[in-house]
Design a protein around this ligand. Sequence first.
Ligand code: CIR
Length: 258
Amino acid sequence: MKKFSHVIVRRPCRAMVEGITSAPELGKPDYELAMREHDDYISALSRCDVDITILPADERYPDSCFVEDPALITKACAIITNPGAKTRNGEKNEIIGAVREFFPADKIEYIHDPGTLEGGDVMMAGDHFYVGRSARTNEEGIKQLTEILAKYGMTCSEVKLEEVLHLKTGVNYLEDNNMLVSGEFVNKEGFEKYNKYEIPENEAYAANCIWVNGTVIVPEGYPTVLETVKSLGYKVLVVDTSEYRKLDGGLSCLSLRF
Ligand code: CIR
């Protein structure tokens, strides 16, 4: 099934070694290896029937390869978010140019102060969007998002996060009513209508898989998740994201898919 025609990515910058992390014990990312992993990510996406826009590295923003956070792209409009992380907020001004290539000005919406929102907190399931209330996304940001989506006939519901950075750190929709859930999302209310596949604690990082036109990209090194996704009948590609994991980043954060 073809749903996405475009993907936007941004090359990691050397300053990524200073990116935000909640897990300094994993060490700093190795930039050269991160670049190779990014090459592999782009090459996996190129096998998923999408056109890929590759933005250049931006040394001013260490976390700028995580393009999922400064924008949210839906089938009807694009939303430039207002990242709650101070060192990342300016990324919103740098993603606009790429978004304008695909959307006219009247279909580009904005989250404004005091609202904050990061795209990693937003999970699309058809015309409904789940949005995580997190350290990065606040009540006002969710209110603004709800109003924007309503203008285009789409709906939104809030999910309060207790443990993870972003909503999609722990739960991801794979289309076909299938959802990967880990940790706090295993028993959280609101996802009952989906076929939920529980991910064991030692593979929790791999809850962050992405579905792209019938193919699911899975991070390397998580055999249980790999088998689960394969058993659902998807075509599967595996990409190592070890260096992005050191910055709390994963497969979904590295692209905008629309
Ligand atoms: C951050 O803390 O903002 C980055 N180091 C990681 C962002 C990951 N993005 C995502 O989950 N959407």
